[in-house]
Design a protein around this ligand. Structure first.
Ligand code: SF4
Length: 171
C-alpha cells in the first residue's frame, strides 16, 4: 500500500490525486502508514527516505545488465539513454564508472546549499530517472524537501498517538 502511494506520488499522469513530492502526498503516505501500523504490519521507511541510489556512486556497487549486454546505471532505465548508459559488458572498455556524477550533483545543488538542506546526504538533488522522464534532464534538482518535512512532522504526531506501534517502524 505504501509503495502504491509512492507510485502515485511519482506518477505525473495521476497528478490529480497528489502533486508529485507535495505535502498532500506526504499526508496520504502517513495516513496509510497509520492504518498499516494499526494492522500490525511491518513498515520500512526506506520508501520515503531512500538511500543515495546506485546512479550517485562514482564506482557503482550495482549495475543493470540487459540481455543484449547493455549496462544501465539506474535500475529504472533500460534503454540506451546516454545519461544512464554504462556501455556494454561485451565491449573491451565498458564504462561502469560514473565519473562525472559528482560534478552533475554539485551543479544541481545550488538551492540545496543555499537552503542548507538537511536531506542532502540522502537526496543528492533527487531521483535521476524521475528527472529525466518528467523534467527532461538530469541536470536539475527534483526537490522533495516540503514533502519530507511534512512526513517527519506527521511521524512525530504518529509516534505520540501510537508509541508501541511506532516502534515497529524500520528506518
Ligand atoms: S530535498 Fe530539495 S533542497 Fe534538499 S537536497 Fe533534495 S533537492 Fe536539494
Amino acid at each position: 500500500m505504501l509503495e502504491a502511494v509512492k507510485e502515485i506520488d511519482y506518477n505525473e499522469a495521476r497528478s490529480y490525486y497528489f502533486p508529485a513530492a507535495s505535502q498532500e502526498s506526504g499526508d496520504a503516505y502517513v495516513a496509510c502508514l497509520d492504518i498499516a501500523l494499526r494492522f500490525g504490519w511491518k513498515v520500512v521507511l526506506t520508501h520515503v527516505f531512500q538511500p543515495p541510489c546506485m546512479y550517485t556512486q562514482t564506482k557503482p556497487s550495482s549495475i543493470v545488465i540487459r540481455p543484449d549486454g547493455g549496462v544501465s546505471r539506474c535500475i529504472s532505465v533500460y534503454n540506451d539513454d546516454p545519461d544512464f548508459s554504462g556501455g556494454n559488458i561485451a565491449a573491451s572498455d565498458p564504462m561502469f564508472e560514473n565519473t562525472d556524477i559528482g560534478k552533475t550533483i554539485e551543479g544541481n545543488a545550488e538551492k540545496c546549499k543555499v537552503g542548507k538542506c538537511p536531506f542532502f546526504p540522502v537526496c543528492m538533488t533527487g531521483c535521476p530517472s524521475y528527472k529525466k522522464i518528467h523534467l527532461k534532464t538530469v541536470h536539475t534538482a527534483f526537490c522533495r524537501r516540503g514533502h519530507l518535512e511534512k512526513i517527519i512532522q506527521d511521524l512525530g504526531r504518529l509516534q505520540n498517538k501510537q508509541p508501541k506501534a511506532f516502534e515497529q517502524l524500520e528506518f
